[in-house]
Design a binder for this molecule. Structure first.
Ligand code: WTA
Length: 652
């Protein structure tokens, strides 16, 4: 069988295991199979119903205005206030004493903040911002550690209609100042520092330098978290002084459904960052709906924990807006999972009785490497739903998560979405779907995704291609901030009338969707498009491998040759026989076409700050080139260590 490279993405990995929900889970689930039927009968009526989860002060005229595609308007003419939906209405309903956030600082300090307390603080902060001259439409940059004030700051901005742009607290002066400039912010909210890996790590110094470079910045509002020494400038103000003295009386005004809520720059592994614009009504509708549907949230009894940072879209949609719109109780943790010990997450699950856990494959693979005896020391029996997001999850990592964290009883929901989509798009529903390790499976009710070939034709079951979204959805990005051209070019130019996600995907024989990684990472071997994800999953299915990253390196014979970088489970050295065995293992699992040309053992992998593997840099090593731009790496010295420690095996 020959395939031309243009045709499809090869479909190599097959998976037989499935896990239907228990009858008890299904019988009390928030969402049942009928949701799919309702949504497909009338998609806009479905979203109309979901929007009524929220409190609107003015009803909308039209659910969707798609008269000028791809510039969508949802719930046109409708008005609401996001902060009121996340806080005031819960307090008014008598839920003021419910804990909104169980905060756990890295050093072990903790506080429980109720919805009434959150509301009080957000009202004060909203008044303080207004007193400082902030008006609706003004942009505010937030550069904070993972502390409750970060959520308060976001909600205060939302309350007064000032779009926020949160910049991840680990980003450099360059990254911060270019975002401040691009979004045109006059005010920055930051903290002196935050606790990470056992020490106070500075944030304010980075803001000082960035603000010096951005003349438009007039004020910097500083939360005191660590008490470390900081320089003080004329533009600086202490949060605790300004916010404490502001009034806690604040009547929120409503904003148009399409009022900008925030701009978030994509973490992207290549290219200049894009400011993704999200607006008010559609975004809150879809984050709220998906949070209750995908995690089966029961706000009265669940304790939810999403381990993302608020600097990423996951933190926006599934720490702040979705959960709080739903009145959830959640855990927020400041630090890293290995401080002061590698069981910290499990200790916190036990301490707070966490019932729903949402984390990333990169974290799960790290926990696998650390070994299952760590989680086994804690009582994790409170857990009932597990979620994954950020990258394709390898079937073996999925199985490990299910067994060693979920005690074989919790549904695992692998949720596919992007900064651009704003909310979850493809995912199992825990009370409905028989889950499959490694597959995100099915578009949520009200969402139309497709896997298409180069000519925009749907691929049949068993085929591979590119993930697209056929119909507009409520939480979709509205544009790239200040750059409509780039919005059109990046997302809408590949296929007429369809959103191009930039991810490879396939449909298995049951029609379930599998994500195969970024299209830029696809390898072309002897005329076959092979996804890095499938080869990595095959390697991780070998019981000696904890993590793998695969790249295509130029090969005179085959076009590209597959080069694999692997991290061993509980060992640091391999043998030539072992490396040969790994190569054959892939050939056996996926077919000879996918056999790596070379396998290299490394102790770590280059990752972005949000945990995605930077294959571009590994390609530089595989092709023995000078290293490219390393500025978005989590730790820039990792490349030197990888090069120095390489142990490699190759053959035939
Ligand atoms: C990848 C994170 C496979 C994908 C919410 C996407 C995933 C990019 C999954 C967006 C998943 C995210 N399975 N791949 N469940 N979730 N991705 O903008 O390549 O940080 O395009 O948003 O992450 O990353 P972003």
């Amino acid at each position: 069988m020959t395939q031309t490279p243009q045709e499809t993405l090869a479909n190599l990995l097959s998976e037989e295991r499935t896990f239907p929900p228990s009858p008890e889970f299904s019988s009390s689930a928030n969402v049942t199979e009928t949701a799919y039927e309702e949504a497909s009968a009338d998609r806009l009526a479905f979203w109309d119903t979901q929007a009524r989860r929220l409190d609107w002060t003015k009803d909308w005229d039209q659910v969707l205005d798609w008269s000028n595609p791809p510039f969508a308007k949802w719930f046109t003419g409708g008005e609401l206030n996001v902060a009121v939906n996340c806080l005031d209405r819960h307090v008014e309903a008598g839920l003021g004493d419910r804990v909104a956030i169980h905060f756990e600082g890295e050093p072990g300090d903790s506080r429980a903040i109720t919805y009434a307390e959150m509301l009080d603080e957000v009202k004060r902060a909203a008044n303080a911002l207004t007193d400082l001259g902030v008006e609706a439409g003004d942009r505010i940059v937030i550069y904070m550690p993972m502390i409750p004030e970060a959520a308060v700051a976001m909600l205060a901005c939302a309350r007064i209609g000032a779009p926020h742009s949160v910049v991840f607290g680990g980003f450099s002066v360059d990254a911060l100042s270019s975002r401040i400039d691009d979004v045109g912010a006059k005010l920055i909210i930051t903290a002196d520092g935050g606790y990470r890996k056992g020490k106070a790590s500075a944030l304010k110094a980075t803001v000082d330098e960035a603000a010096d470079r951005c003349p438009a910045v007039e004020q910097v509002l500083v939360v005191r978290r660590t008490g470390q020494d900081i320089e003080w400038h004329e533009r600086d103000l202490w949060w605790h002084e300004v916010v404490a003295k502001a009034s806690n009386e604040h009547t929120a005004r409503s904003f148009d459904a399409e009022h900008p809520l925030f701009v978030l720059y994509t973490s992207g592994t290549t290219g200049r960052p894009k400011g993704i614009l999200h607006t008010t009504g559609g975004y809150l509708t879809q984050t709220s709906y998906t949070h209750q549907a995908v995690f089966d949230l029961k706000p009265e009894t669940d304790v939810y924990w999403c381990t993302a940072d608020i600097g990423w879209i996951t933190g926006h949609s599934y720490i702040v807006y979705g959960p709080m719109a739903n009145g959830a109780t959640q855990v927020m943790y400041e630090g890293t999972p290995d401080t002061p010990h590698k069981g910290r997450l499990w200790e916190l699950v036990q301490k707070y009785g966490v019932t729903i856990l949402y984390t990333a494959p990169t974290a799960i693979r790290t926990f696998m490497k650390w070994g299952e005896d760590l989680p086994a020391r804690y009582d994790l029996s409170s857990l009932r739903v597990l979620g994954s997001v950020g990258e394709p999850i390898n079937p073996e990592a999925w199985m490990w998560y299910r067994e060693h964290i979920g005690g074989d009883r919790c549904p695992v929901v692998d949720t596919w979405w992007q900064t651009e989509t704003g909310a979850i798009m493809v995912s199992p529903l825990p009370g409905v779907t028989a889950t499959k390790p490694g597959s995100a499976q099915r578009a949520l009710p009200g969402i139309t995704v497709d896997v298409v070939d180069d000519d925009a034709a749907s691929v049949p079951n068993g085929g591979g291609g590119f993930l697209t979204i056929r119909d507009p959805w409520p939480s979709m990005l509205r544009t790239v901030w200040g750059d409509d051209e780039r919005f059109l070019e990046t997302y809408w130019s590949q296929y007429k009338g369809m959103y191009f996600a930039g991810d490879g995907a396939k449909r298995d024989d049951d029609g379930d969707i599998w994500l195969l990684g970024r299209v830029d990472d696809v390898m072309l071997v002897s005329g076959h498009n092979i996804s890095t994800t499938e080869v990595e999953s095959a390697l991780v299915s070998h019981d000696t491998i904890a993590e793998a990253a695969v790249v295509g390196a130029t090969d005179p014979l085959t076009g590209q040759g597959i080069v694999a970088f692997v991290i061993l489970r509980g060992a640091s050295e391999s043998s030539p026989e072992h490396l040969a065995e790994l190569r054959s293992h892939v050939a056996k699992t996926l077919g000879p076409i996918a056999k790596p040309r070379q396998v290299m053992v490394v102790s770590e992998l280059p990752k972005t700050r949000s945990g995605k593997i930077m294959r571009r840099l590994l390609r530089d090593i595989a092709e023995d080139r000078k290293l490219g731009d390393v500025t978005t790496l989590q730790d820039s010295s990792v490349m030197v260590r990888i090069k120095e420690g390489l142990q490699s095996g190759s053959g035939d």
